[in-house]
Design a protein around this ligand. Structure first.
Ligand SMILES: NC(=O)c1ccc[n+]([C@@H]2O[C@H](COP(=O)([O-])OP(=O)(O)OC[C@H]3O[C@@H](n4cnc5c(N)ncnc54)[C@H](OP(=O)(O)O)[C@@H]3O)[C@@H](O)[C@H]2O)c1
Length: 443
């Protein structure tokens, strides 16, 4: 150990992550001091409710009723923001800390996805750290991977399963054949999903993380508004049955890919081959994959949330500061981060899964095939649960005029062509309801 004075932390937020961090520092403090070359001490804490039992011993640690007072206090060197939220006390206290010359560590993806450039600018002006390993995929060390280990590469694609709640719901739907609403209600009763699940199941949480991943991988300004978001509410047991038959799994996949039109970044339910590594990432686990020109495909998997795993990532950010490793939050100085161009999903190219409810009447399938051909879309496979009238030699199980489920997989095509074809198919009146479409990602 050197003669350096202890690194003094101010921790704001003592919930799942904050309490986990205090516990980790108590349990592993001696080893961490050896590794850091100096001891790390908690010099102040702040939360909403004083006196609440948090399962950790806070005796002797100064309490700050106001997080901003802690952020500017002379008694700390590093402000650890574990409050959450993209505005309010989290944003204010981080601003105050950086203005006051304190390094900042945060697990707050929502904050950085919206205000990352501004806050990185504040940190840069004063040569301070703004570290956020825990903000992407909890315990998985992907920020450090991109910030350090993969710096020699040109990255073409980064993707992952970044929301544990959605992955848990999809996994149970797939294994048990249950509808979305039933699994969600159960997950809420067990405390695996929030009472308001919007953030998780509609893709925002994964979108926040993807905005940060994109920035690190491609040298662009983090921009949550540039992420195309689709959630998992519309996925049905029929889709899982079809995916199983066709050799796919359905995951809420976050993908950012360098295209000739800019960086396509999307979070959407996606079919991925059953044989791919991410297909086996089930339940609340997360996984992140990076494709570098020299590294090849790198895949990390592990807990994307939870008190201990997230505290592990926050601790690594603190140890970096203790060792004097300070680097720009998004790798490049803010002035060098490019504005992300948003190509829009119409220019997306790939394969698609389509499920239609086709009225069981002569000519329907032929008319659908014609609409696809008009848009130069070729079909890799077509699966019909019941044979329609216009296929000679095959007997029909359904009632004439009743819709029959038809599932199609397209070869690679441009998304705008598919949307045009489907609009024409609906207009022709051969299908009931809205066609289900799920992008297929070749992994
Ligand atoms: N939970 C995870 O697994 C996980 C994983 C990765 C990243 N994160 C991120 O980590 C952050 C914290 O998440 P969490 O799950 O630990 O949240 P949490 O359990 O809800 O804890 C939030 C804490 O913030 C405190 N707080 C609220 N308003 C405050 C204010 N004005 N001043 C000071 N403290 C205030 C709360 O105080 P009281 O306890 O007194 O109410 C509570 O201790 C979020 O940004 C989240 O996105 C969480």
């Amino acid at each position: 150990m050197t003669d350096l004075p202890p690194l003094r932390l101010g921790i704001a937020g003592l919930g799942t992550v904050g309490a986990g961090l205090v516990s980790l520092l108590r349990e592993n403090g001696a080893a961490i001091a050896d590794r850091s070359g100096r001891s790390i001490e908690v010099a102040g804490v702040s939360a909403r409710t004083p006196g609440k039992d948090r399962g950790v011993d806070l005796a002797g640690i100064p309490w700050f009723a106001n997080a901003c007072d802690l952020a500017r206090s002379d008694s700390i060197d590093v402000f650890v923001e574990l409050i959450g939220g993209d505005e309010g006390p989290a944003l204010q206290s981080v601003e105050v800390a950086l203005e006051a010359g304190k390094h900042v560590v945060t697990a707050n993806k929502a904050l950085l996805a919206r205000h990352g450039v501004y806050l990185a600018g504040l940190a840069e002006k004063k040569g301070l750290a703004l570290n956020f390993e825990a903000a992407i995929a909890g315990g998985i060390p992907i920020v450090k991977g991109l910030r350090e280990s993969l710096l020699g590469n040109s990255i073409s694609r980064v993707y992952g399963i970044l929301n544990g709640t959605s992955n848990y719901i999809l996994t149970r739907m797939q294994r048990e054949g249950l509808p979305f609403a039933e699994v969600l209600a159960e997950a809420q009763a067990l405390g695996y999903a929030e009472a308001d699940p919007t953030f998780d199941v509609d893709g925002q949480d994964a979108g926040h993380k993807l905005a940060l991943l994109s920035a690190l991988a491609f040298g662009v300004r983090p921009d949550f508004g540039a992420i195309h978001l689709e959630g998992i509410r519309g996925i049905t047991p029929d889709d899982f049955d079809a995916a199983e038959e066709l050799g796919y799994r359905i995951k809420l996949l976050a993908v950012a890919i360098q295209t000739e039109n800019g960086i396509e970044a999307r979070v959407s339910p996606t079919m991925i081959p059953k044989t791919s590594a991410l297909a086996g990432v089930d339940g609340p686990l997360n996984s992140v994959a990076v494709e570098g020109d020299y590294s090849g495909l790198i895949i990390l998997a592990g807990p994307g949330a939870g008190s201990r795993a997230t505290a592990s990532s926050v601790a690594s950010d603190i140890i970096d500061i203790a060792r004097g490793h300070i680097s720009p939050p998004f790798i490049l100085p803010v002035a060098k981060l490019r504005q992300q161009t948003r190509p829009g999903m119409f220019s997306h190219e790939g394969g698609f899964y389509i499920r239609l409810s086709v009225f069981d009447r002569p000519g329907a399938i032929a008319a659908i095939a014609t609409r696809m051909a008009e848009q130069q879309i070729s079909l890799e496979s077509v699966v019909q649960k019941r044979a329609p009238l216009d296929l000679p030699g095959i007997s029909r199980a359904g009632q004439a005029g009743e819709p029959t489920p038809v599932v199609m997989i397209t070869h690679r095509t441009r998304e705008e062509r598919l949307r045009s074809a489907l609009a024409a198919i609906v207009e022709d009146g051969h299908v009931s309801g809205v066609p289900q479409t799920i992008r297929i990602e070749a992994l």
